[in-house]
Design a protein around this ligand. Structure first.
Ligand SMILES: [Zn+2]
Length: 268
């Protein structure tokens, strides 16, 4: 599988839309890897993970053709991941197709929001349940429970094809024991994991800072969830975490974790 991180920023991106923080200032001055759009990914040009408000700019920047997408999997309903208005452009009258070209997968709340917004529109919508795998074309996708919100079952995804496995874990929070147990021994080949809070842990349990991210990765390595040389790449970095890209690289490298950036791509 070929994985492209289309966006690696938190909800307000970097530079944050109205941010006067240090990291936003550095990003405005330096550009490059310090610029982060809202988190999203693409697998093999066909499987889209989340569809946020920066989708169009990401498609332009990376030369992606959205007509190649066969599915969009939503992790949860937060607006940096689910931009409802972007869905309509895949249907008549914006295009000739009466029906949306791709299948949408999401949790109960994601499905409710889409049905409410598009009650009469022809959309294939499949509701995901935690730990219940779905088969989409040659991919097996298993939603697992993130620790992100109390009022919504947010998902991370194990995506498997041809015996290779990726765990896409954004808006993760530190996993509950049941999730570590579920993942134990699965020998996943690569992990994309959130590191929203950088050097600045907040009381919010729905996101992780660097220390928690490292702890989570070490636990997944120790219990066999990850193969010993699994590639680990971060995403969903917030300006409030007070970590520039170079600082993230320096902090994560000793733990064999790579700091992701918009446009980072790798094979699994
Ligand atoms: Zn988010």
């Amino acid at each position: 599988m070929k994985v492209l991180l289309m966006g690696t920023g938190g909800a307000d991106g970097i530079p944050a839309l109205y941010g006067s923080d240090r990291v936003s200032k550095v990003a405005r001055a330096n550009g490059g890897k310090d610029l982060r759009t809202r988190s999203a990914a693409l697998i093999d040009a066909t499987l889209k993970l989340d569809l946020g408000p920066d989708t169009l700019s990401q498609v332009h920047r990376f030369g992606i053709d959205a007509r190649d997408w066969s599915a969009v999997f939503f992790t949860h309903s937060d607006e940096d991941h689910l931009c409802l208005s972007e869905i309509q452009y895949g249907m008549f009258p914006f295009v000739d197709d009466e029906k949306l070209d791709y299948t949408i997968y999401g949790n109960e709340i994601v499905c409710q929001l889409i049905r409410h917004r598009y009650p009469e529109w022809p959309i294939d919508l499949i509701e995901l349940k935690s730990y219940v795998p779905v088969v989409h074309e040659e991919y097996h996708v298993t939603p697992i429970k993130a620790t992100h919100k109390g009022d919504e079952e947010c998902h991370n995804f194990i995506v498997e094809k041809d015996g290779r496995k990726l765990l896409y874990a954004t808006d993760t929070g530190f996993y509950r024991d049941e999730v570590f147990d579920f993942l134990a021994g699965r020998e996943i080949d690569a992990l994309v994991v959130e590191c929203s809070e950088g050097f600045q842990k907040t009381p919010y349990i729905g996101h992780m800072d660097i220390a928690q991210c490292v702890e989570l990765v070490e636990r997944l390595r120790a219990n066999g969830a990850l193969i010993s040389d699994a590639r680990v790449v971060t995403t969903h970095h917030a300006a409030g975490g007070d970590a520039t890209h170079d600082e993230l690289v320096a902090a994560l490298k000793p733990h064999d974790i790579e700091a992701g950036f918009d446009g980072f791509s790798f094979d699994v």
